[in-house]
Design a binder for this molecule. Structure first.
Ligand code: ADP
Ligand code: MG
Length: 376
């Protein structure tokens, strides 16, 4: 094995073009003579209305260190340094071009504005998302329903999402109001995935209906990041969290598995379990502690039961799903939360996904495969 005495010196702090990024750490682990050096890049930022945390392990190969390849090596390194910014660009594009229902010009916005008779042409990506979403809608008996837009707007979830733990008097100022029964009944008339039509890649939404892809957006984001990382040869491994969805990719330089914690739904910062995962996986959690307000002892959270139009009350307070697909894990976490323990476990199993569900009295329900993933 060829041995290079000349080692490239760790030359920088993370070079990052993004505006609000906080670089937490840049470190290089040189693993020995003739072997690969792996740089660990970590950073945290916000996108899609949530916190994005990235840890990337980027290879610096022997070749790149060679004198005659110095220039090429530097370029590759610059690419590596720009990776966190590319991940952020990927998420911001996804939100600004496809997913947001609020931003004019996104695909979801245009679909929601479209003429019910003329319909709207779906992009290849959106067709794929809706294909998977419709399978989960069907198998969950409608527990996941992305046509709930009119109901989720009534609850004004985005406005009071920041009000976690607010005093009762302050809740009104956050924009939280319990919608009237009549308003919910009207909203429900405009929902129901069975009422939309997709024919020859055109979508036809009935008058008054609007899509809300909030339940699957972060999972889709994980899939998009995975596709980006797969084009980056120098990335050995990564773990990236997009709010409640965490993507693991590749392998850790020390050979250990990725560890992803399942948050205690009532003790912030504590974990109920640590999952040990290898390769590319997505872990999504839906919980009643993520966005909620409390009024007269009742917790109003952001996951709705499409049958009632009110926050789901299935007996679960948290649902975590592990799957190879981000979209599937996010869709299933919402659906399981709405369905409750028994039906939720069966649903996850029917998709070959693993579930960790937590009931109101902290009772734990798991698929068999999940038990094997738990480290402690
Ligand atoms: P988070 O967005 O916190 O990860 P979820 O993935 O469970 O949580 O998605 C909740 C979001 O999805 C809500 O903010 C709302 O926009 C939308 N939503 C709520 N209930 C449902 C449902 N039953 N089916 C589809 N979308 C839903
Ligand atoms: Mg979800």
């Amino acid at each position: 094995m060829k041995c290079h005495k000349k080692k490239r010196v760790l030359r920088k702090n993370l070079f990052y073009m993004g505006a609000v990024v906080t670089v937490l750490l840049t470190a290089m682990a040189v693993t020995g003579c003739g072997r690969e050096a792996v740089e660990k890049i970590t950073c945290s930022d916000t996108a899609m209305g949530t916190v994005i945390q990235q840890t990337l392990y980027v290879r610096e190969s022997e070749d790149r260190e060679a004198d005659d390849r110095e220039e090429e090596g530097r370029e590759a390194q610059d690419d590596a340094d720009a990776l966190p910014a590319r991940v952020m660009d990927c998420l911001n594009d996804l939100e600004a071009q496809i997913l947001s229902w609020r931003l004019e010009g996104t695909e979801v916005y245009e679909i929601n504005q479209s003429d019910p008779e003329a319909g709207y042409p779906l992009s290849e990506k959106m067709s794929g998302y809706l294909e998977c979403i419709s399978q989960v809608w069907e198998k969950s008996g409608g527990a996941l329903d992305v046509t709930l837009g009119e109901v989720t707007r009534l609850w004004n979830i985005d406005a009071w999402a920041q009000g976690l733990g607010a005093e009762e008097e302050a809740i009104g100022e956050l924009g939280f109001q319990i919608p009237s029964q009549a308003a919910i009944a009207r909203g429900l008339e405009d929902t129901g995935f069975e009422k939309l039509r997709i024919e020859e890649n055109r979508i036809y939404l009935p008058e008054g209906m609007s899509l809300d892809l909030g339940a699957v957006g972060k999972g889709i984001a994980c899939d998009e990041i995975l596709a980006l990382l797969e084009t980056q040869e120098q990335v050995q491994g990564a773990v990236i969290s997009v709010g409640g969805s965490v993507l693991t990719y590749g392998s850790k330089p020390d050979g250990n598995c990725w560890k992803v914690g399942i948050q205690h739904p009532r003790e912030s910062g504590e974990y109920l379990a640590i999952l040990s995962l290898s390769g590319s996986k997505c872990v999504s959690t839906s919980g009643d502690y993520e966005r909620y307000v409390e009024l007269e002892g009742i917790r109003y959270h952001h996951i709705m039961d499409p049958e009632t139009g009110y926050p789901a009350d299935s007996g679960l307070i948290s649902a975590t799903i592990v799957s190879d697909s981000g979209l599937l894990s996010d869709a299933l976490s919402t659906a399981c939360f709405v369905l409750g323990a028994e039906k939720g476990l069966a649903l996850a199993e029917s998709f070959g996904a693993e579930a960790y569900l937590i009931g109101k009295d902290m009772e734990i329900y798991m698929t068999e495969g999940m038990k094997a993933l738990i480290l402690r």
